[in-house]
Structure formats: structure tokens, C-alpha cells
Design a binder for this molecule. Structure first.
Ligand code: FES
Length: 393
């Protein structure tokens, strides 16, 4: 009897063990299937490249001899992807390679969205004609009412974060005004809808050489007249046309003095967009004035040309192609001009898309590189050679 009882217990334990093992195995299999499908979906998501969209020009306005404003709408009334003020579109224009004029490659350049309103059905850009700028020249000469152009959907991290501080300070130099104008539009809209409650304000400092180099000035003056929470401070280095303008260069000291008149403390977030030299100087100056580094945000607009030393360099690629660097603004410009296609987007050392490995030679970075690169990697969009180079593309 006892032996039978022990045997029964033993069989039950064995059965329980088998069931437990089976259950675990089933749970394990289910988890495994879920895990794999989640990861493969995620990997696919990461690999999906945004698809170009076709946009049609619905308005074009000349803002100055060097600037025009353009509105683009989706073909066939398709709905446009939403965007945040401060983001950009990448426009794609046909390349005419120096080496091969029949090349069908496309040149891609980022242009900040210059206006914002909820649920808009168009994108607006402000485009400056750059000296020797192939894309901006093409856009100035070819974009007319009804023209169609390819673009990648809006993108970019230069946006006002959700927790807007009491005071937002925008600082623009030249065509760097475009993303900041979109931020002004958003602010005016939110103030109008009373989204903030009380005590939110915005100041815009806008610097240029002359009034002819400025865009949207009348609009900003009018907005500042109509909205007491928005302040506009235009600065000109070459003569001032009216009393609202300040003559001279904007310094961090001058800026904080102007703000001090209105604010108890220099609290707030600072958004800078303009020439690199101006931004670097103001960034240092603001930090010295006590603004915390994580409250200073900036966007670079390409790289300014370095002074050409007169020295030419040969750049060999590991696919046996060779090009020559002479007078181009950056190594990326030189490569593209001679038919070498590289991934690129920001052209200002921020997205990392153009990175390549330097196998031999030396380059000079034109800005302080702030993204992580592996040993030996360089960013051709913001580098120039200092010797002959061998590059792995
Ligand atoms: S194109 Fe973005 S880092 Fe070079």
C-alpha cells in the first residue's frame, strides 16, 4: 500500500515536471517568436529611408536681390507631413557634374521651413543665392510658379522643446532667420490661443550687414507692435535706416543688457542660427554671461569656405577613382563636383551621413566636430585636405 502510494506520488511529480518543462518551453517559444518579430520590425523601421515627395510651386516672391520666398504644395492635393518650427526640407536638384555633364545624380540641400501654422497645406522656404552655390543658383534660376521639385519630408532637431521656458530668445544672422521665423509664427499663434497662460515672452535678435540683406523685417516690426509679449531687435553693421535698428554688431553682453531691461533674471532658452563665426562667438559670450550650456541651442547653415591656400591635393578613393581638391569650399563639394556620390544631408557636421574613413593623409576640420566618430573617420562636408589623401568610400 505504502509502495503504491509512493509510486503514485513519484509519477505525479514526474508528470508535473514534464508539464512544467513543456509549459516553460511553450512560453519560451512564444517569447522568442515575439522578440524576433519585434526586432525584425524595428530593424526594418530603422532601415526605411524616407521616400522623396513631389512638390509643386504655388507662389514665389522676391524678397531681395539675393533672397526669394517659395511656397510648395503636394502634387494632387496629397496631405503634407506635419513639421515642427525649426525643421527643414531637403530639396533635390539635378546635378551637372563637372566631369560628366550627362550625370543624372541629384544634389541635395537642406532648407529650413520659414513659416508655420497648424494644419497648413503648403511648405514655405526662404532661399538665399549663395556665391558659387550650385543648388541655390539652380533654385533661383529654375523654380517658377508650377515647377515641380523633389524633396525629402521635414526633419531636424532644432526645435523648441515642449517645456518652453518663460522667455525664449531667438538670435538670427542673415538667412539664419528662416527657422526662427517659423518659431515666431508658432509663438504668436500659441499666445493668440492663450495656450501658455501668463508670463511667456519671446525676443528676436536679427543681425545683418544692411537692410537689403534682411527678410521679413516689416512683418516682425508689425508683430512686435501688435503683441506685447514679442520683442524685435534688429542689428545692422552698415548703417541703420530707422530708429528701431541698432547700429553695430550684436554681442552677448549687449544682448543680455537689452534683455535685462525687461527680465528679472536671464532665464530662458536661446536658439541661434546664422554664420558659424557669429554663433561660436555668441555661444561663448552667452556662457560667460551665465547662461547654462543646455539652454543654448543652435543650427549651422552649411560651412563657410576656408581661405584657399593655392595648394592642390589629389584625393584617391579606394575604388580606384581619383579627384583633385582645388579651391572647393569643402572636400564633399570637391568630391561631388567630380562625380563622386556620397550620402549627405546637413552639410554642416551634424547628421554624420557623409562620414568616410581616411586611410592616408591629413585633413583640417573647418568646425568643431560635435558628433561621435570612430578613429580614422572624417566628415568631408566640413573638412579640407592638408595633404594628398586616400579615402575609403
Ligand atoms: S552631411 Fe551631415 S555630417 Fe556631413
Amino acid at each position: 500500500m505504502i509502495a503504491q502510494f509512493i509510486m503514485t506520488q513519484f509519477i505525479m511529480v514526474v508528470l508535473l515536471f514534464i508539464f512544467a518543462l513543456g509549459g516553460s518551453a511553450i512560453v519560451f517559444c512564444l517569447l522568442n517568436i515575439f522578440w524576433r518579430s519585434y526586432f525584425s520590425a524595428n530593424r526594418k523601421y530603422q532601415q526605411v529611408e524616407p521616400q522623396p515627395i513631389e512638390l509643386k510651386v504655388i507662389a514665389r516672391d522676391e524678397m531681395s536681390a539675393r533672397h526669394f520666398s517659395v511656397r510648395l504644395q503636394a502634387m494632387n492635393g496629397e496631405v503634407l507631413t506635419d513639421f515642427l518650427p525649426g525643421q527643414y526640407l531637403s530639396l533635390m536638384v539635378p546635378s551637372e557634374s563637372d566631369a560628366d555633364s550627362a550625370s543624372s545624380a541629384l544634389l541635395k540641400r537642406c532648407y529650413s521651413l520659414a513659416s508655420w501654422q497648424q494644419g497648413t497645406d503648403f511648405y514655405e522656404l526662404g532661399i538665399q543665392r549663395e556665391v558659387e552655390g550650385k543648388v541655390s543658383t539652380w533654385l533661383h534660376d529654375n523654380l517658377q510658379l508650377g515647377s515641380v521639385i523633389s524633396a525629402l519630408p521635414p526633419k531636424g532637431n532644432f526645435v523648441i522643446n515642449g517645456k518652453q521656458t518663460d522667455h525664449t530668445v531667438l538670435i538670427a544672422g542673415g538667412i539664419g532667420i528662416t527657422p526662427l521665423r517659423a518659431m515666431v509664427h508658432q509663438f504668436i499663434c500659441q499666445i493668440g490661443e492663450n495656450q501658455f497662460g501668463k508670463n511667456k515672452s519671446m525676443s528676436l535678435f536679427y543681425c545683418a550687414k544692411s537692410i537689403a540683406e534682411m527678410c521679413y523685417v516689416d512683418e516682425f516690426i508689425q508683430l512686435a507692435d501688435e503683441c506685447s509679449d514679442f520683442m524685435f531687435y534688429p542689428f545692422l553693421t552698415q548703417g541703420v535706416p530707422a530708429a528701431q535698428f541698432t547700429a553695430g554688431r550684436l554681442s552677448a553682453e549687449l544682448l543680455t543688457k537689452k534683455l535685462d531691461l525687461r527680465l528679472d533674471k536671464l532665464k530662458g532658452d536661446y536658439y541661434l542660427c546664422g554664420p558659424n563665426a557669429m554663433m561660436d562667438e555668441l555661444k561663448v559670450g552667452l556662457t560667460e554671461q551665465g547662461i547654462a550650456a543646455d539652454h543654448i541651442h543652435f543650427e549651422r547653415f552649411g560651412i563657410e569656405a576656408a581661405t584657399f591656400s593655392g595648394q592642390e591635393y589629389s584625393v584617391r578613393l579606394n575604388n580606384n577613382k581619383s579627384i583633385v581638391f582645388n579651391k572647393q569650399r569643402t572636400l564633399l563639394d570637391a568630391m561631388e563636383a567630380q562625380g563622386v556620390e556620397l550620402q549627405s544631408e546637413c552639410r554642416s557636421g551634424e547628421c554624420g551621413q557623409c562620414k568616410v574613413s581616411l586611410l592616408a593623409g591629413k585633413v583640417k576640420p573647418l568646425i568643431k566636430i560635435e558628433i561621435d566618430l570612430k578613429a580614422g573617420q572624417i566628415l568631408p562636408c566640413c573638412s579640407i585636405p592638408q595633404s594628398d589623401l586616400l579615402i575609403d568610400v
